[in-house]
Design a protein around this ligand. Structure first.
Ligand code: C2O
Ligand code: CU
Ligand code: CU
Length: 637
């Protein structure tokens, strides 16, 4: 989908919008009449900075983004308050458009406001009777003042999720079977179709089913044996994202599973209790040619549905009495966005341009559009995975209630962190516990508060409407509590020791850039970029020189975040991680302990988990050797 609307929020100009591009966007938006006036401005003409520039600042405001559920065949109404904060009377003109091209009106369309005065603007969106459930209807309200007064342009994007009345799917749990002392799991990658939109069959891939895969429940200390059969017509692999294991068991690009064959990795589960996941990780073809990567590419295979969760249990976590009854008070929440063609098929993959990174306007939670989840009126634990190819989310509940984040990617935090929002980049996970006791009979929503992303959180390159609005992902219906509900959380959850960065033997720098690359290079199957030493700790200094954030994932053992731009990370980032968001122009230091496995034939990947970036080569590989490869580096002048 092209971008039919100007992508600006003038009342909160992101810092990456340089004055020049603002002028260009504004000229496109309000026409050339005012372009000369705008181009005569200096600084940021519409932000608060403009006061310093001596030019007239924007002196009006509009209330924030609205989101709601809607029903096909009805009119959804919502409103905003417009206030004239300036010192002179202004006449405002209102225009509203529907991203879906539906009938929509705003009232009034013109209003003169004295200084300090406010008015209510009401939007009526007609939801067509045949609107598909799961449509994330989005309207764009724009307010401008009468020219040639200094230009005021306000924009706000509201959403209505067309309700489906369907239950949120819960992937089946696979507990594995004990065979000769090994816990055996079985996965089959298959081609299928899935009905997401009423009456339409979407060609999809899945593990043991038509879309996504079972949640593998594993226990620390057990020997795990998995058979992965490829029943696709293309080469695939299956990677255990976040598991600490030997390289040849990792399922990266070197562990091809040819069509019609089965791969049998086996390893001992040595991770702590955590939320991990699995997905294909192939890398083939003449790199960077979209036509070639469209087959055996990670982004493509994940987009079509190959992904599943892994819940790791351990005796320590078991002793904490956390909500842990799968599908009752504990739920996997896989969040993905997709675009659909008219015939129900997913829109062609991959995108050709970085700015068309695969972001969708439909939101699948465990493969369900606009689902309802019945949850008991007690403490409920959500294992949230951002399984999207490129989109970042700012999750929260519609009543802004606080919840407790209990785990980051690879382990429980030392103690729970009370939050109202949690941001996850592609590949990241968080476990949260929300207290619903006393809410029996209530309905609330779990939403993406993307409109709250601040300056520099997201880059300009691929920003779309759904990065600038708030919207419901699924609803929760609170039902009666279970017999023995969990009602409290322990204050101490884990005992992770912070590793002293001075124990690292060296610091390596990874610079991230666009076109997708790391240290100026793109991934080559036969190039080992880094050789590390078994048992050593290293600091990886990740420097993002590009305009957009990259979620950087490093395979094998987890790492600790040392700092962000020299500052200590927030408390919810003090635990074990395997994927870290590195914002534009940010430098993130992580400490990685290369303990574990010497596997000269099993390189590990590190890469951006925006899968289009990964497929375009924003990936490298490291190998763990027993020889201290750092010595020659240290001896350099
Ligand atoms: Cu989630 Cu290298 O992968
Ligand atoms: Cu991984
Ligand atoms: Cu990236």
């Amino acid at each position: 989908m092209s971008r039919p609307y100007p992508e600006i929020k003038p009342y909160r100009p992101p810092r990456w919008l340089a004055p020049l591009s603002l002028v260009v966007l504004l000229s496109l938006f309000i026409g050339t009449v005012f372009a000369s006036q705008l181009s005569s401005m200096t600084g940021s003409p519409l932000g608060s900075d403009s006061e310093a520039s001596g030019k007239t600042p924007m002196m009006a405001s509009i209330s924030g983004e609205q989101m709601a559920l809607g029903t096909a065949g009805t009119v959804a109404s919502y409103s905003h308050t417009l206030t004239n904060n300036g010192g002179q009377t202004e006449t405002f003109h209102m225009v509203v458009t529907s991203r879906q091209g539906w009938t929509v009106a705003v009232n009034p369309t013109q209003m003169t406001l004295a200084p300090g005065a406010s008015t209510t603007l009401t939007i009526d969106l007609t939801i067509p009777a045949n609107a598909a459930p799961g449509t994330q209807a989005l309207t764009i309200l724009t307010v401008t003042n009468t020219q040639p007064a200094p230009p005021i342009v306000l924009g706000v994007k509201d959403t209505i999720l067309v309700d489906a009345g369907t239950a949120l799917k819960i992937p089946p749990a696979q507990w594995g079977e004990m065979v000769d002392g090994e816990r055996v799991y079985s996965l089959t990658e298959m081609i299928s179709t899935t009905e997401f939109l009423p009456g339409l069959d979407t060609p999809t891939y899945g593990y043991n089913g038509s879309f996504l895969g079972p949640t593998l429940v594993m226990t620390a200390g057990e020997v795990i044996s998995i058979s992965v059969t490829n029943n696709l017509t293309e080469t695939s692999t299956t990677h255990w994202h976040g598991i600490h294991l030997p390289g040849q068991m990792d399922g990266g690009p070197h562990q091809d599973i040819l069509p019609g064959t089965t791969w049998h990795p086996t390893f001992t589960m040595i991770n702590q209790a955590s939320t991990l996941w699995y997905h294909p990780h192939p890398h083939h073809g003449a790199e960077h040619e979209p036509s070639a990567v469209s087959v055996a590419a990670t982004g493509y295979q994940v987009y079509y549905g190959l992904a599943g969760m892994i819940f790791v249990r351990d005796s320590h976590a078991d002793s904490l009495n956390l909500p842990q009854t799968y599908g009752v008070d504990e739920f996997p929440i896989v969040v993905q966005d997709r675009n659909f063609n008219e015939d129900g098929s997913f829109r062609e993959y991959p995108a050709q341009q970085d700015r068309d990174l695969h972001k969708g306007d439909h939101f699948l939670i465990n493969g369900t559009l606009a689902g309802n989840l019945d949850v008991p009126a007690q403490m409920v634990r959500l294992h949230i995975l951002n399984g999207s190819n490129a989109r970042f989310y700012n999750f929260g509940f519609s009543d802004n209630r606080s919840f407790t984040q209990i785990a980051s990617d690879n382990a429980l935090l030392n103690s729970g962190v009370s939050r109202t929002r949690v941001v996850l980049g592609p590949g990241e996970r968080a476990e949260i516990v929300v207290d619903l006791s006393g809410d029996e009979g209530e309905t609330l929503s779990f939403a993406n508060y993307a409109a709250e992303f601040g300056n520099g959180d997201l880059g300009p390159t691929s920003l779309d409407d759904y990065d600038q609005s708030n919207y419901i992902l699924f609803t929760l219906h609170v039902t009666a509590p279970t017999a023995n509900p969990v009602t409290t959380l322990p204050t101490v959850l884990n005992n992770i020791e912070r590793i002293d960065p001075s124990t690292a033997v060296l610091t390596r720098t990874l610079t991230l850039n666009i076109p997708p690359s790391i240290n100026g290079m793109t991934f080559q199957m036969d190039t080992i970029n880094i050789t590390t030493t078994l048992g050593m700790k290293e600091v990886w200094r990740i420097v993002n020189l590009s305009e957009e954030p990259h979620p950087i994932h490093i395979h094998d053992s987890p790492f600790q975040i040392i700092s962000r731009n020299g500052e200590a990370p927030p408390d919810y980032e003090l635990g074990w991680k395997d994927t870290v968001i590195v914002h534009s122009l940010e430098t993130v230091l992580v400490l990685k302990d290369f303990s574990g496995f010497y596997d000269p034939d099993g390189p590990f990947m590190y890469h951006c988990h925006i899968l289009d970036h990964e497929d375009k080569g924003m990936m490298g590989q490291y190998i763990i050797d027993t020889q201290p490869a750092y010595l020659p580096l240290l001896q350099r002048p």
